[in-house]
Every structure is written in structure tokens, then in C-alpha cells.
Design a protein around this ligand. Structure first.
Ligand code: PLP
Ligand SMILES: N[C@@H](CCOP(=O)(O)O)C(=O)O
Length: 519
């Protein structure tokens, strides 16, 4: 039973008073509704809050102030040795350090460390599966590790996160030498269909805080350059908050499904005749000139949300650490976000180690892979070529230094996948019940290679991060299954069979297709 001071106490409230009830957690009462004959009639008085109160108001009543025990701020990445005191409040609009380098969000680890690892594990576990604002979100259920000082009233959340950790039983068993412990973290089965929702809830919440009274900053909108997923997430969260969104997209380089998302959400959509790297340069120029807040992962706030996917993986394994986590990389913020999530849990005693990270790139857009292969000697931005994994067609990744840091710290690996390898891997995964996107195909192709070379052992617990929903990239699957891609065998294609609408023709087609005609 939860006491008022236990991690579970946030669930305990009384409908009519602001005082917590020390003995009747939400979970227990919900069960009473279902099982006890004297309490089966579900009426307002049995709800945890009065009928006229919404969940945001309930949160404010229960926790009127932000938890000032914990704090976070920006610091240069890597730390500025000459000026170790260089740091900025999260309420400042700043994306770069004095020297022009990246920033990183730092947490007061000493304050967080006052609590034990088991306290944090229990707290985070207790929040899963509820609608208490804002903890119903997989991101905000870890609020203390994300943005501890934001008020629940300022948060813009669509209850993102809490995504499926899918046991890829058949893929492992039949196509990876019987691999029994293979998992796919479906970050793309999400509000806007990609992992970007995790970071965008944090960034848009902070913008909302800056724009609202008492801060009342003169921000006229939030902007990003995008290969299609960041723009979709930004537009949705801004639309939910009533904040203008401005997105710069490389013309003809993103899918129709991705393009229609910001259009539908009412964003200002600029389709530019350049690639993503060109859009990125332009949004940086424009945001330096106009009070438009920059939403790309250059802005380290985004990574605070994205890192919760790593924490969620640990949680879903009952706080056991997987051996490998494979992440497709483009602008390279996400690989660092995964590192941050895992490392924070290690440092605070929730787990005792971190997994080895693999960053997987498309051969047509592989600047990190080339750098890795040079023994980290020389980084050269490239002009990325067209790839079916269009959301990672990036040649000059903003977070290159963050990615290298994450990989070095986890004894990590960089792998690449050709167009044929990534499309075959995606299609094979689909044949085992998934509906993967080409970027997930890149990560899966990396897994196939690392398994074939026995770098990843057959019994290693391995998580492949699926970054977007396959439905956003349906055209790539149409091309593959129609077998019309130049120089690609499309080994796993399965085109529809055109059949005359009569019994005989149908029987012939079925005999041919099923069991090699032996039915
Ligand atoms: C679907 C998808 N997968 C992977 C990535 C790569 O993430 P990151 O840019 O953080 O490396 C992106 C965006 O770049 C993406 O949209
Ligand atoms: N794939 C991204 C590319 C931009 O990455 P970001 O993480 O820096 O916003 C997209 O969908 O736009």
C-alpha cells in the first residue's frame, strides 16, 4: 500500500479535497469498480477527481509547484575546460555555446542521487498505464529525469511514449540462426508515426512555458528543417498548443504521408529546392534573424525526451540491461539520446551497466560510417545520395560529435546498409508480422551483418530501434513489391495476383501460389 511519501503517492487523491488520502491508490479503486457488487455502479463520486475537474487541473491541485529539489540547465558539449562555469538556464533561448559548439542539458545528479535506484525504478513503474497528468506520457512519467522544473500546466503532451517492445520471435528463429532474445522497440507506433514525438513534447512544452505569462517571451513560432518526421511532430504538438509552426522541407524528397502531416496540422510549410542539409542551413539563418524558436535536435531539449525510449527499454525488461541496441542514424541526435538515457540510469543506480550501441547508416548517406572506418581520424561531410531511407538522407549531421561520444563510451559500432540490404531486411521483417519503415530496415540489415560475423552472439539480448511507422513510407514498399527497382532483385516481393473473377481461375491461382500447387 502506498503511503503519502512513497513514490506511489502521486496516484492518491481525494475527489473533493486537495489532501492526499493515505490508503487508497487509484489502481485498487479501479479494480473495486469492476469486482465488488456494492460498488459496481461507476458514478462521479467514485472517480479520483470531481466531474468538473480535468486532468490538468487535478495535477495542479495535487502539485501546485514544480519540484524544486531537482534542476537542469544547459552546458557546452563537450564541457568548456577554459570556462567550466559556462552554463545557461533552460529559460534562455540559446542553442550554441560561446565557442559555437553544441549544448547539452545537464541535471543535478547529486540531488537525483539522494534517492536510491530502486526508488526511481518504483516511481517510474508506478506511473505506467495511468492517465494522471502528465505521467500518462512515457516521457513525462520520467519528468524528474527530463525537465524537472516545468509546471504540469505548461506541459504539451499527447501521451506519447510507452511504445511496444516487440518480441521478434519468428525473425530471430527463422532468419537469425534461432536468435531467441531479439526485440524491436516500436518508437514509430506513435502519435505522428515516428520517435520524434518523444523529443517534441519536451521542446514544445518549454516553448509554451516561455511564451505564457509570467515569462511572456516574444516568440512568434517554432521552426525546423526536416526530412519529414521532425516536421510532422513539430506541427502536431504546436497545433495542440496553439503555437505557429514553420517547417522547411526538401522538395520531392519526403513521402506524401509525411508532407500531408504538417499541411493538415496547419503549419506554414515551405518546400525548398535543396536537400535537408540546405534546409538546415537556411532555418538556422532564419531563426538567428527572427524570433522563431529552433526545433531541430541541434536544440538539446529534444534529446531529453528522446532519451526516455532508452529508459523505457530498461523498464520493459524489468530493469535488466540488453546487450545491444541498434539505432538508425541521420542527424545523429538519437544515438546520443539513447546513450544519455542508459547512462543516466547507470549513474543513478537503476541499472549497473549500459548496453553496446550500434549506429546504422544507409550506404548512400554514411558520413558517420566513413568517419568510424577512418579510425575516427577524419570527419568529412558528404552530399548524401538518394536513399529509400529518405529520413536519414543527411550528409552533414549536426550531432556528429555527440554520436562519436556515445559510441566511444559504449564500445559501440557503426554499420552500413546498401539500398538492397535495407529493403530486403525491411521486407523480410514484414514477412514475419512487422510493417517496418526503410530506416528500421537499415538497423535490421546492420543486425544481419553483425550476426553473420558473430559480433552479435546468437544469445545476445538485442534491441533494434524502429524509428517510424511503415505506413509513412508505403511507396517504398509498393516499389519493392512491384519488383520495378533498378538493379534490385526484390527477393521477398509479394505482388498481388490479378485473377479473373471466376471459380476456376481462382482455384488455379491458389494452387499455384499455395504449397507449390500441391493442394
Ligand atoms: C524515421 C527516422 N529514423 C531515423 C532517423 C535518424 O535520427 P537522428 O537524426 O537522430 O540520427 C530519423 C531522423 O533523422 C528519422 O526520421
Ligand atoms: N529525420 C529528421 C531529420 C532532422 O533531424 P532532427 O532530429 O535534427 O530534427 C526529420 O525527420 O526531419
Amino acid at each position: 500500500m502506498a503511503s503519502a511519501t512513497s513514490p506511489l503517492s502521486f496516484l492518491i487523491s481525494h475527489p473533493q479535497s486537495s489532501k492526499p488520502i493515505p490508503s487508497l491508490p487509484l489502481l485498487k479503486r479501479s479494480r473495486l469498480h469492476c469486482t465488488s457488487s456494492s460498488t459496481t455502479a461507476v458514478s462521479a463520486k467514485h472517480h479520483r477527481r470531481p466531474a468538473e475537474e480535468n486532468i490538468r487541473q487535478e495535477a495542479l491541485r495535487l502539485h501546485p509547484d514544480c519540484d524544486s529539489k531537482y534542476s537542469a540547465w544547459y552546458e557546452p558539449f563537450p564541457l568548456n575546460e577554459e570556462d567550466p562555469k559556462e552554463k545557461y538556464s533552460l529559460d534562455e533561448v540559446v542553442y550554441r555555446s560561446k565557442s559555437g559548439g553544441l549544448l547539452d542539458v545537464k541535471h543535478d545528479m547529486e540531488a537525483l542521487g539522494q534517492r536510491s535506484g530502486s526508488y526511481w525504478r518504483e516511481l517510474f513503474d508506478s506511473r505506467v498505464g495511468h492517465t494522471a497528468w502528465p505521467y500518462g506520457s512515457g516521457v513525462w512519467s520520467k519528468k524528474e529525469f527530463v525537465l524537472p522544473c516545468i509546471s504540469s500546466d505548461e506541459i504539451v503532451s499527447l501521451f506519447e511514449g510507452n511504445s511496444n517492445l516487440f518480441w521478434a520471435e519468428r525473425l530471430g528463429k527463422e532468419h537469425l540462426d534461432g536468435m531467441p532474445d531479439l526485440w524491436v522497440k516500436h518508437c514509430g507506433i506513435s502519435h505522428t508515426g515516428s520517435f520524434k514525438d518523444l523529443g517534441m513534447t519536451v521542446l514544445v512544452s518549454q516553448v509554451n512555458r516561455l511564451m505564457k505569462q509570467p515569462m511572456g517571451r516574444s516568440i512568434i513560432g517554432v521552426g525546423c528543417a526536416s526530412t519529414g518526421d521532425t516536421s510532422a511532430a513539430l506541427s502536431a504538438y504546436c497545433a495542440a498548443a496553439g503555437i505557429p509552426a514553420i517547417v522547411f522541407l526538401p522538395a520531392d524528397r519526403i513521402s506524401i504521408a509525411q508532407l500531408i502531416q504538417p499541411v493538415s496540422n496547419g503549419a506554414t510549410v515551405l518546400s525548398l529546392d535543396t536537400d535537408f542539409d540546405g534546409c538546415m542551413r537556411l532555418i538556422r539563418e532564419v531563426t538567428a534573424e527572427l524570433p522563431i524558436y529552433l526545433a531541430n535536435s541541434l536544440n538539446s531539449l529534444r534529446l531529453e525526451g528522446q532519451k526516455t525510449a532508452a529508459i523505457e527499454i530498461l523498464q520493459q525488461f524489468d530493469w535488466e540491461v540488453p546487450d545491444w541496441v541498434i539505432v538508425p542514424g541521420g542527424n545523429l541526435g538519437n544515438i546520443y539520446a539513447f546513450y544519455k538515457g542508459f547512462e543516466m540510469c547507470r549513474a543513478l543506480g537503476l541499472v549497473d551497466r549500459v548496453p553496446r550501441l550500434v549506429c546504422a547508416q544507409a550506404t548512400n548517406a554514411n558520413p558517420l560510417y566513413r568517419y568510424y572506418k577512418s579510425g575516427w581520424k577524419e570527419f568529412n561531410p558528404i552530399t548524401a545520395e538518394t536513399t529509400f531511407a529518405s529520413a536519414i538522407q543527411i550528409g552533414d549531421p549536426v550531432s556528429i560529435d555527440r554520436a562519436v561520444f556515445a559510441l566511444k563510451a559504449t564500445n559501440g559500432i557503426v554499420e552500413e546498409a546498401t539500398e538492397e540490404e535495407l529493403m530486403d531486411a525491411m521486407s523480410l521483417a514484414d514477412r514475419t508480422g512487422m510493417f517496418a519503415c526503410p530506416h528500421t530496415g537499415v538497423a535490421l540489415a546492420a543486425l544481419f551483418k553483425l550476426r553473420a560475423s558473430n559480433v552479435i552472439g546468437v544469445n545476445d539480448r538485442t534491441v533494434v530501434v524502429s524509428t517510424a511507422h511503415g505506413l509513412k513510407f508505403a511507396q517504398s514498399k509498393v516499389d519493392y513489391h512491384s519488383g520495378t527497382i533498378a538493379d534490385m532483385a526484390c527477393r521477398y516481393k509479394n505482388p498481388p495476383i490479378s485473377v479473373k473473377a471466376n471459380f476456376g481461375a481462382i482455384m488455379d491461382a491458389l494452387k499455384k501460389s499455395l504449397n507449390n500447387g500441391k493442394i
